[in-house]
Design a protein around this ligand. Structure first.
Ligand code: G3P
Length: 228
């Protein structure tokens, strides 16, 4: 399972990369706005900056909602860098545009997916990735993990090549559950990735190992001094 980070924050992207486990980045207009990136030129420059850091897939979302607009924007984004993945919303014109862009060899990520039916459409249109929003489904009292599992099962049964990219991941447990049910990729905040490191028994165990090591070092030093 690949790990993407879901942010436009350069410091967090660098920190995740430094950990050695980063496979890509996803962004969306809300995440760009959160970093204060405004205006088309600045937004495009920011995508290039991210691509130069991670050297792997970076999802950049279109703002247009009509077929022609999505295609034009998608081509512009794809031309920025070979690692750009054009993120297209799950709407009627979005599906048409996904098919067109995929046929042109442009990588795509179908976003705002909340049902298995939508995921089937995205796969039929040839999307590289499909992004079911697991956390937002949980928020609405549905089972987000159940949806990830259902999509993974359908894609496996029918041999769809589209990769299941679990989005709106909110916790470390979400990541583990996604791995269990067959997500190909998780995109998550840095905190959820770092949360996987934590276990109190690891800390207690390490403290004991180091204390025992130091104790035996002190004893051997003492023995050396006594035999001199
Ligand atoms: O990848 C989609 C993600 O950014 C949405 O997350 O937490 O706003 O539902 P959230």
């Amino acid at each position: 399972m690949k790990f993407f980070i879901d942010t436009a924050n350069i410091a967090q992207i660098k920190e995740a990369k430094d950990l050695g486990i980063l496979d890509g980045v996803t962004t969306n207009p809300s995440l760009m706005a959160k970093e204060g990136i405004r205006g088309e030129e600045n937004i495009l420059e920011h995508y290039i900056k991210i691509c130069e850091i991670v050297k792997s897939d970076v999802s950049a979302e279109v703002i247009s909602t009509d077929y022609k607009g999505i295609i034009a924007e998608g081509k512009k984004l794809a031309a920025l860098h070979p690692n750009i993945v054009v993120k297209v919303p799950m709407i009627r014109d979005g599906v048409k545009a996904l098919k067109y862009l995929s046929d042109q060899g442009i990588k795509t990520n179908c976003t705002l997916v909340f049902s298995a039916g939508q995921a089937i459409l995205a796969a039929k249109a040839g999307a590289t990735y499909v992004s079911p929003f697991l956390g937002r489904i949980d928020d609405s009292n549905w089972d987000g993990i159940q949806l990830i599992s259902q999509i993974a099962q359908i894609y496996g049964l029918h041999g769809f090549q589209t990769l299941v990219l679990a989005a709106s991941v909110r916790s470390s447990l979400h990541i583990v559950r996604c791995a269990e049910v067959g997500a190909n990729v998780v995109t998550c905040p840095l905190d959820s990735i770092l949360g996987l490191l934590k276990h109190p028994l690891t800390d207690i165990g390490l403290e004991k190992f180091l204390a025992d090591y130091n104790k035996s070092q002190n004893e051997s030093q003492k023995l050396k001094l006594e035999t001199k």
